[in-house]
Unconditional design. Sequence first.
Length: 162
Amino acid sequence: MPAPEYIRKLREKIGHDLIIAPGVCGLVFSDRGEILLHKRADFGTWAVIGGMLEPGEAPADAIVREVMEETGVQCLPERVTGVYNTPVITYPNGDQAQFVITAFRCRAVVGEPRVNDEESLDVRYFAPNDLPDLRADLRVRISHALFDLPRAQFFFNGEWCT
């Protein structure tokens, strides 16, 4: 699904200038322990599943919606694994954004992964030790989801906190 209506209206006012927005990502694992990734249509790179919250939407509800929209897989959020900032992203149309991401470890419940919208070129599961080329920050999120840590991870005063 393209950017929510409120973001399109905001862009009409500010153009391509940087916005900071809340987002979610789902680290969706199969019963075989594989993680669900998609190849993004905008950049042609592999990434975790995620997106922006709609006004009034709870983050856990947003990740269930995003995973279904992008992959056709129904998932169940199990826990928050961390809170992250993305790097500043410049989209092909020139829009700049940085997202504050709430990451959820999720369990795939129903559905086989498929390209389910225009945001993805490919969707599939990968073994954690056989991941495709990913941005470093996405690898950090995956690593935090793989371990059964007692609390969500966050960056504070230059270091990861647990």
